[in-house]
Write a new protein. Structure first.
Length: 221
């Protein structure tokens, strides 16, 4: 892995203005009362973690008041709380919470990214916006050449990976569904740790732990 190439990719992501609707939304979304006075990031969000990662977590897009506020993937919202607690329990993170840049969070053998880099209105990027962003994920996965497992959080993240690999037929999405990829990697699917899924118990902490336990087993060979 070439750190300079990964850093150059991250800079390219941060400066991207390809999608007018997403640019307008990320820059204009009104802050929540709880975050009044805070300066929002309001730019595309690059991936985060260990450049030598063997496990890559792929989400859908930054949250308007999470990563769009903090500038770091899955940071500053409840989905991130669930994700990083599970990664901490499985040894992929050095602490169980993610509040913002400078909080000391470090990922160990893992990288967290998303298929779309800007916060979309209603958390729903259009197919055109998803396609416009996909090249960044393609380049990122190519640079993370030690990765053996891709964890897709949600059906749309699974579909993004399937599109990158031109998988036919499309892989079946389901929690803990596993799909070998043409380059020898393994795609592991998980329900997204959204509040809708965690509040309704569609996703529980043991279920999310099982995803990273499986990733750890594959990583260990």
């Amino acid at each position: 892995m070439a750190p300079d190439r990964l850093a150059a990719l991250q800079e390219a992501i941060i400066s991207c203005r390809r999608c007018p609707r997403l640019v307008a939304w990320r820059e204009e979304v009104p802050p929540r009362a709880a975050f009044k006075g805070q300066t929002y990031w309001r730019r595309p969000v690059p991936g985060f973690g260990d450049p030598d990662a063997s496990v890559v977590v792929v989400g859908l897009a930054p949250a308007a008041h999470g990563a769009n506020r903090t500038g770091r993937m899955f940071t500053g919202d409840r989905s991130g709380d669930w994700l990083y607690r599970a990664m901490w329990r499985s040894g992929f993170a050095n602490r169980p919470e993610s509040r913002g840049d400078g909080d000391g969070l470090r990922l160990i053998g893992a990288w967290v990214t998303s298929s779309v880099r800007c916060a979309p209105p209603a958390n729903k990027p259009t197919p055109e916006e998803r396609g416009a962003c996909l090249g960044y994920l393609r380049e990122e996965l190519a640079l993370l050449d030690r990765a053996r497992v891709l964890v897709a959080l949600g059906a749309l993240a699974c579909d993004a990976v399937a599109t990158l690999y031109a998988l036919k037929p499309r892989p079946r999405f389901g929690h803990l569904a596993q799909h070998p990829l043409p380059d020898g990697r393994l795609l592991v699917c998980s329900y997204h740790p959204s509040q809708q899924n965690t509040f309704t118990k569609k996703l529980t902490e043991p279920m999310l732990d099982a995803v990273f336990e499986l990733a750890r087993e594959v990583q260990a060979g």
